[in-house]
Design a protein around this ligand. Structure first.
Ligand code: BEZ
Ligand code: FE
Length: 303
């Protein structure tokens, strides 16, 4: 039964510094949605503990609310400053990792804000570097299930920054639309391959309140060089992950904590004119191989 909201509160049920969390949490006791009630109760418990730990002044609390307000107003249809805040606080990676616990299958990582557009469908072997800038690179791999079975017909969506560290959507005037993006379909043996360039490290957007937070706390904004992968196939769990370049700076200090050792690969130089001609790249070129293992859709299938 819901408590009578007009009833007077006295004694131990009244708000006090000591019992603040308990009293406020009790106000959610009648939440019809049990999960929402559980979440709000935990939020109150942790938030009150945080405030008691930090003991903010009134001005500091107003500044905190002002900061969150700015984070909200910085959001647009193509910019999500709250996600960026969650990213730099490591919460995006924590949620991602907790929801993809697996001892088999390729590890996941954050999606990031630049998967804004559906990548253009391209033929296997296509060159996604439409602006012709950067160090040419061949990317190859196979999509398999956890039992090793190749997955033909899997959708492999890739996107990456250019040689200057910018995504096409950040530089609509300088980069062709769809630059360094491609949606590939694996062949009968589950293989994919495409031509690209070696990506460069780059900073997360720093021109908003989250950038100011990084600066005020002496943190750098950079992410190590990577290629994003979104891999999907019928009967398998979708996978959002990155392929990291082994010799990139910032591998040990990613601004969004996205690096997992299992996702780091060498990009060796191949000096082989015949192979270069075969794959349609100038000699020498860099090459990387990234096999992807998808977990089955239902854990009962062996995830
Ligand atoms: C990215 O990798 O594209 C990214 C991820 C999180 C925040 C900003 C950028
Ligand atoms: Fe990225």
């Amino acid at each position: 039964m819901t408590a009578d909201p007009t009833a007077r509160t006295t004694g131990p049920a009244r708000f006090s510094e000591e019992r603040s969390a308990e009293v406020v949490a009790a106000s959610f006791a009648g939440t019809p949605d049990a999960r929402l009630g559980e979440v709000m109760t935990a939020l109150v418990r942790h938030l009150h503990a945080f405030v008691k730990d930090v003991e903010p002044t009134v001005d500091e609390w107003a500044a905190a609310i002002g900061f969150l307000t700015e984070v909200g107003t910085a959001c647009t249809p193509v910019r999500q400053e709250f996600v960026l805040l969650s990213d730099v606080l490591g919460v995006s990676m924590l949620v991602e990792t907790m929801n993809n616990r697996a001892d088999r299958g390729t590890e996941s990582t954050v999606e990031g804000p630049f998967h804004l557009v559906r990548s253009p469908a391209r033929e296997l072997g296509a060159d996604i570097a439409l602006d012709g800038k950067g160090e040419p690179c061949l990317v190859t791999g196979t999509v398999r299930g956890v039992d090793g079975t190749p997955v033909p017909g899997a959708a492999v969506d890739v996107w990456q920054a250019n040689a200057d560290g910018f995504y096409d959507v950040q530089q609509p005037e300088q980069q062709p639309e769809g630059n360094l993006r491609g949606l590939f379909t694996t062949d009968d043996e589950g293989r994919f391959w495409f031509r690209s360039i070696v990506p460069r490290y780059y900073p997360v957007p720093t021109d908003g309140p989250v950038g100011r937070l990084l600066q005020a706390t002496g943190r750098h904004p950079n992410r190590p060089a990577h290629i994003h992968f979104d891999v999907r196939a019928c009967g398998y769990r979708p996978l959002l992950t990155h392929l990291f370049v082994a010799d990139t700076p910032y591998l040990d200090s990613d601004a969004v904590f996205g690096v997992k050792d299992s996702l780091v690969r060498e990009f060796p130089t191949v000096d082989d004119p015949a192979r270069a001609a075969e794959v349609g790249l100038p000699n020498p070129f860099r090459a990387v191989h990234f096999d992807v293992v998808l977990r089955p859709e239902t854990p009962a299938d062996g995830a």
